[in-house]
Design a protein around this ligand. Structure first.
Ligand code: NAP
Length: 245
C-alpha cells in the first residue's frame, strides 16, 4: 500500500526525525511547519536527497481554515493521506498557573488541543471507509507530563496533553471499524528546542536511563505505530521515556 503521511511540526525536533524515518520506511511525507520555512525545506531536501518523496506545507494547526488548506494541498501534491502524526506542539510559559494570562492559556490550547482535534478530524474525513477513504493510522504525540501534572512548571502544558490522551482513547474506538488506528506516543524529556538547555543537562542524569532521549528514538516508535507491524495496536499510549513513569 502506498503510504502518504502528514507530520505536523515536521520542521524541527521530534517531527523532523519522524519525517525522515517515515521517508526511510517508504512513506511519501508532508512536512508541516508554522513559521520555520528554512528548517522545513531542509528536512524535505534531506528526504529527497536520500531518494524519498517529500513536500512542505505551511499551516498553523490551531486554525481551521489553514488546516483544511493543508490537507487539500497534501491530497493535490501527494495523493490521499494514509497517516497523520499529530506532533506540532508548544510548551508555553513556565511557572505557576496563577501567573498565566488568558492569552497565554489560549495560545497553548490552540496548538496542543484544538490543533490536534482539527487535524484528526480532517484526517478521519479523508481516511475513514465511512467517508470513502482507504483507512490509515494516526499517531498523537502527547507527553508524560499529562500524568505528572507538572506543578510549578507547566500545568497548562500537562493538561493539554491530557486532552490529547483522551482524544486517542475515544477516537481509536470511534473509528476502529472504519480502517483507522489511533495511538499515542508519550515522550519523556527529549533533546529538542522545546526543553531548556538547563533542564536537559540537569534532568538527564536523574532519569532512570541516566540520559534524555533523542528525537530519533521517539520517531522510531511513531513509525512503528504507523506501520502494519502494529496492525492490532489501537488506542495505546506508548511511553518512550527511558524508564520514567
Ligand atoms: P520543537 O523542537 O519545539 O518543535 C516544535 C514543532 O512544532 C516545530 O516544527 C514547529 O514549527 C511546530 N509548531 C509549533 N506550533 C505550531 C503550530 N501552531 N502549527 C504548526 N506547527 C507548529 O518541539 P519537540 O520537542 O520536537 O516537540 C514535538 C512534540 O513532542 C510536541 O507535541 C511536544 O509537546 C512533544 N513532547 C516533547 C518533549 C521534549 O522533551 N522535547 C517531551 C514530551 C513531548 P516551526 O519550526 O515552524 O516553529
Amino acid at each position: 500500500m502506498e503510504r502518504i503521511t502528514l507530520i505536523t511540526g515536521g520542521s524541527r525536533g521530534i517531527g523532523s526525525a519522524a519525517a525522515k524515518l517515515c521517508a526511510k520506511a517508504g512513506h511519501a511525507v508532508a512536512v508541516n511547519y508554522v513559521s520555520n520555512v528554512d528548517k522545513a525545506n531542509t528536512v524535505a531536501a534531506a528526504i529527497r536527497d536520500a531518494g524519498g518523496i517529500a513536500m512542505t506545507v505551511q499551516a498553523d494547526t490551531g486554525d481551521e481554515a489553514q488546516v483544511e488548506r493543508m490537507f487539500d494541498a497534501v491530497s493535490s501534491e501527494l495523493g490521499l493521506i494514509t497517516g497523520l502524526v499529530n506532533n506540532a506542539g508548544v510548551h508555553g510559559p513556565r511557572g505557576r498557573l496563577d501567573e498565566l494570562t488568558n492569552y497565554e492559556i489560549q495560545a497553548v490550547l490552540n496548538t496542543n488541543v484544538l490543533g490536534c482535534f482539527l487535524c484528526a478530524r480532517a484526517a478521519v474525513k479523508r481516511m475513514s471507509t465511512k467517508h470513502g477513504g482507504g483507512g490509515g493510522a494516526i499517531v498523537n504525540v502527547s507527553s508524560g507530563s499529562a500524568h505528572l501534572g507538572a506543578p510549578n512548571d507547566g500545568i497548562l502544558y500537562a493538561a493539554s496533553k491530557g486532552a490529547v490522551n483522551s482524544l486517542t482513547i475515544g477516537l481509536s474506538q470511534e473509528v476502529a471499524r472504519e480502517g483507522i488506528r489511533v495511538n499515542t506516543v508519550a515522550p519523556g524529556l527529549t533533546e529538542t528546542d522545546m526543553p531548556s538547555k538547563e533542564a536537559l543537562e540537569h534532568m538527564g542524569p536523574q532519569l532512570p536511563s541516566g540520559r534524555v532521549g533523542q528525537p530519533e528514538e521517539i520517531g522510531e516508535a511513531i513509525v512503528w505505530l504507523l506501520s502494519d507491524a502494529a496492525s492490532y495496536v489501537n488506542g495505546a499510549n506508548l511511553r518512550v521515556s527511558g524508564g520514567r513513569i
